[in-house]
Every structure is written in structure tokens, then in C-alpha cells.
Design a protein around this ligand. Structure first.
Ligand code: ADQ
Length: 485
């Protein structure tokens, strides 16, 4: 089987033998181990080089997986990562045009870094490799490889939502970006709605593209497969560690500290797309509407800061701290704090055991590509006494977890009602919902995500090499017959 090359913005934590928390790291690493391969990306280090320059990749081997990482100059980091990726694309793709800014220099930096990374990767490529690129930092990566003459099959998976065309058009180089995405051979999205948004842009924009029934899109003289590949988890592995870690000290402290109260739990990166402020306010609404819950329920929010050098992230942190303080000040009693807000990371296994203690998983992003926390919360439950998931309709996961209480995160009253319903739901109903969702999580687990994507990419590889052979055969025949004449 051909070697797999994975390209993502960051590689670092996996390199130290400590797979990062997310599905990308876990799912992709298994595939790399199976076929052998290379994981290529930014090391997380800022170097003293000039913009657009970097040293050759640092290569580290672990078994049959090679980690190849490069540093970024300060200017490249500021323009490509902090700037266009996280201050333009991230907010716009999460429908927060109000938080998005556009700066031509930053966009130039974004393109420059993509081109530089492509040059660095090219030197490591072998003719039969297949390449799998991840996420919004690298939309033009395949185009850069093609400009260097790379012919290998290249696939792309977008972990975040793809916005409706009208929203995307607020990013000035929208057409260039979509055209660049059409240089891939397979483009994958989390949900059917994301895929449809991409197809709508291509079919209705100036590019006059079209898509056939098999999901093959034709635009700008290229053919590519576009499909939804919802990312999953390994639910049984999560269930197992959640149970194993139940008696660890932090888990016991949480349980003991509840003094028999009900626990609502939320875990997110501290990001404005996750709907944390609205979530706190809906919890406040519950306390206002239902005073009999005072002293009988607490909300634990775990949210470690991320991208704290991007200004909007500093603001959300301040706002949230203010809201937690205000709500606690309003309702707290000497022996009860309504909201416990923890600004820290937890070891993954421990986190799963913490989920198992919670009567309600409260996952209400304003927009989210998928949201793995929702899936992990369900998988971590005790089948004999499972908790209830309250889930935003704007998380990709909502289409995959029909047993959740699905809410609109902008409707505080509806969220408060859903919390109350979740807190009082009878055991039989909780078990029925849990059983349905676990079956679906098993059916669409992480291997299914990865294997379907890679099967489609390999199919392209086989088809294009067959076409190339056919073209070569035709060329040879034409040459022969012209010589014979
Ligand atoms: P994220 O926006 O990071 O991912 P999410 O899918 O919820 O969101 O994944 C977060 C991961 O980090 C989960 O596995 C979670 O357990 C872990 N995590 C969160 N908080 C933590 C903490 N305090 N300590 C330790 N671990 C923590 C992006 C997209 C999502 C998409 C994923 C995967 O934004 O929509 O689901 O990629 O494709």
C-alpha cells in the first residue's frame, strides 16, 4: 500500500510521544502506523529566519512513522497563523464576520507560508505517496504543490464548518481560496451542510462549476471528489478509561465536593465559537426560573485558554470571568457556588472520568465543525445510570447524536428549559437515549472516518495512474504509427 503523508499545521505534541487530545492526532496516527509514513508540519517554534525562510525539516523517527517539522519566522507566524488563519478564516468560517478582519499583508503571508511548506515537503516525497492535508491553515497547500510539479494524489479535510457562500464572500480573496481548494483530489467536510455550502459556492459563483451524482465536482478544469466524512471517536475505549479512572483523586474530589448535588459539565477550548457566555446566561436563567434548584445543582466549566496572543481571545476570557463572577455573586450561598470555572487542561483519561460524573453534558457552541466533546461525553457515561447531553443545533455532532436534547444556543429560555428537563429525566428515558447514541458512535467511529477518506483518496490514486498509463499507451501508439507512416 502506498505511503501516507499527513500535513497539518501542528505536529508537536505527538512528536514527544504524547498524542494530542483531539481526534486528528489519534485517528491519523493509527493510519500512519499501519502503512508507515510521514507527519509534516510546524514544530511550534519561532525562529530567527527571514519571512518565508526556514531550515530543512527536523526529522525524527518513531517506529515506521517519521515526524518532519519546521520552524516559522516571527513574521510568518504573525501573518499566517495569528493573522489570516485565526483572525480572518476562523471567525468567518464560524459565522463571526463581526470578529473577522482582513489585511492584505497577512493574506500574502498566509500564501507565502503555504508555498514554503510545500517546498519543504516536496523534498521528502516519493512518487507513490498519497498526501492528506488538514484544516483551514492549509487551504492553498495542494495548489502550491501542483505549482512545483507534484502529481501525487492530495486530499484535504476541513475540521471546521464551511460557511454559506454569502458569508464566505466577506473574505476578499474568497474566489482564489475556493479555486485553490479545487487543486485537491478529494475535499472532505464534517457534515453534508458544509459540503453543500462549498458546492453552492462553486455552482453559483463565477466559476460555473458543477457536481455530479457521484460527488465529483468539475471546476476550473479540475475534477475532484467532494464529500462529508464526519469525524468520530473510539467510544468503547473511552467508556473503558472513564470507568478505570473513576477513583482517581481529582475525580473523587469532584464527586465529594458536590455533596449529592447534580452536576452539569462543559469542557471546551476557551473560544468565542463555543458559546460560553450564552451558556452561563442560560444557566442563570434556570436558577431564576426554578429556585428549587438553588443549592442542588452546579455548573462546572473547564476551558483552558488557547491562542491567547489573538486579541479576541483575550476579550472572551475577560467577559467570561466577569459573567461567572456576576452570576455567582447573585446566587451563591455559603456552602454552594453555582458556577465553577476552571481555566486549565486535564489529562485526557481523567477528563473522560470527569464526564462520567456529570448528570448533564452541556455542549452549546454557536458553531462547531463537529465537536468531539459531545461524543466523548456520551461514550464516557455509565450505561446503568447515564447522564443527558444538551447539544447545540449548530454543532456538526447534532446530526449524529439524535438522543441529545438539541437546543438553539441563542435561545436562553429554551436552553434553560432543556437543562431542567435533562436534570429531571427518568432513568428509562436516559438509558434509551444513551443506547441509541452509543450504537451510532460505534457505527461511525474514528476508523470509519479515516478509512472512508483514505479509500476515496486511494481510489483517485488508482484511477489517475490508470488514466496516465492509458494516456502513455495512446501516446506510444501514436508515435509508433507516425513512425510507420
Ligand atoms: P476543537 O475546536 O478543538 O476541534 P473539539 O472537537 O471539541 O473542538 O475537540 C477538542 C478536544 O480537546 C476533545 O477531544 C476534548 O476532549 C479535548 N479537550 C477540550 N478541553 C480540554 C481540556 N480542558 N483538557 C484536556 N482536553 C481537552 C476542531 C473543530 C471541531 C472538530 C475537531 C475534530 O473545531 O469542530 O470536532 O476539530 O475534527
Amino acid at each position: 500500500m502506498s505511503r501516507l503523508i499527513v500535513v497539518s499545521n501542528r505536529v508537536a505534541s505527538t512528536q514527544k510521544g504524547n498524542p494530542a487530545a483531539g481526534g486528528l492526532a489519534i485517528g491519523v496516527l493509527d493510519a500512519l502506523k499501519e502503512t508507515g509514513g510521514v507527519w509534516f508540519g510546524w514544530s511550534g517554534e519561532i525562529t530567527g529566519e527571514a519571512a518565508g525562510q526556514t531550515q530543512a525539516p527536523v526529522i525524527e523517527r518513531q517506529g515506521n512513522v517519521t515526524y518532519a517539522t519546521v520552524g516559522l519566522s516571527r513574521r510568518d507566524y504573525d501573518q499566517y497563523y495569528r493573522g489570516f488563519s485565526n483572525a480572518t478564516l476562523w471567525p468567518t468560517f464560524h459565522y463571526r464576520n463581526d470578529l473577522s478582519r482582513y489585511d492584505r499583508q497577512e493574506y500574502a503571508g498566509y500564501r507565502r507560508v503555504n508555498a514554503m511548506l510545500a517546498r519543504q515537503l516536496q523534498a521528502l516525497l516519493e512518487p507513490d505517496d498519497i498526501i492528506w492535508v488538514h484544516d483551514y491553515h492549509l487551504l492553498p497547500f495542494a495548489q502550491c504543490l501542483r505549482e512545483l510539479g507534484v502529481k501525487n494524489p492530495v486530499g484535504f479535510f476541513l475540521h471546521i464548518p464551511f460557511p454559506a457562500p454569502e458569508v464566505l464572500r466577506s473574505v476578499p480573496p474568497h474566489e482564489e481560496l475556493v479555486k485553490a481548494m479545487c487543486s485537491y483530489d478529494v475535499v472532505g467536510f464534517q457534515t453534508e451542510a458544509d459540503r453543500q455550502a462549498f458546492v453552492d459556492y462553486v455552482e453559483r459563483g463565477h466559476c460555473h462549476g458543477s457536481v455530479d451524482d457521484a460527488g465529483v465536482l468539475h471546476a476550473w478544469s479540475r475534477f475532484l471528489k467532494v464529500a462529508a466524512y464526519p469525524i468520530g471517536i473510539y467510544p468503547d475505549a473511552i467508556a473503558q478509561v472513564a470507568e478505570q479512572y473513576t477513583d482517581r483523586k481529582p475525580v473523587r474530589s469532584l464527586r465529594d465536593g458536590m455533596h449529592g448535588r447534580k452536576l452539569i459539565m462543559s469542557v471546551d477550548r476557551l473560544d468565542y465559537s463555543k458559546g460560553l457566555v450564552e451558556r452561563f446566561q442560560a444557566f442563570e436563567r434556570l436558577l431564576l426560573n426554578a429556585p428549587d434548584w438553588h443549592g442542588r445543582v452546579s455548573l462546572v466549566q473547564v476551558a483552558p485558554p488557547t491562542r491567547s496572543d489573538v486579541q479576541t481571545y483575550q476579550r472572551i476570557r475577560q467577559t467570561l470571568e466577569g459573567e461567572a463572577g456576576r452570576i455567582n455573586g447573585r446566587f451563591a450561598q455559603l456552602n454552594w457556588t453555582p458556577i465553577q470555572y476552571l481555566n486549565r487542561k486535564y489529562e485526557r483519561n481523567l477528563l473522560m472520568a470527569l464526564f462520567r460524573q456529570a448528570h448533564v453534558g452541556y455542549v452549546t457552541p454557536l458553531r462547531d465543525g463537529m465537536n468531539l466533546v459531545a461524543k466523548e461525553y456520551v461514550a464516557a457515561q455509565n450505561p446503568q445510570d447515564p447522564g443527558v447531553l444538551v447539544l447545540s443545533q449548530f454543532a456538526g455532532a447534532a446530526g449524529q447524536l439524535p438522543g441529545a436534547l438539541v437546543v438553539n444556543p441563542f435561545d436562553l429560555a429554551q436552553m434553560a428549559e432543556a437543562l431542567e428537563r435533562a436534570l429531571s429525566m427518568p432513568l428509562a428515558e436516559r438509558q434509551a437515549r444513551y443506547t441509541d447514541m452509543m450504537a451510532l458512535l460505534r457505527e461511525n467511529n474514528l476508523s470509519v472516518w479515516r478509512d472512508t477518506f483514505l479509500a476515496d483518496l486511494r481510489h483517485v490514486a488508482t484511477a489517475s495512474s490508470a488514466t496516465e498509463k492509458a494516456v502513455r499507451r495512446v501516446d506510444a501508439q501514436m508515435l509508433r504509427s507516425s513512425l510507420e507512416r
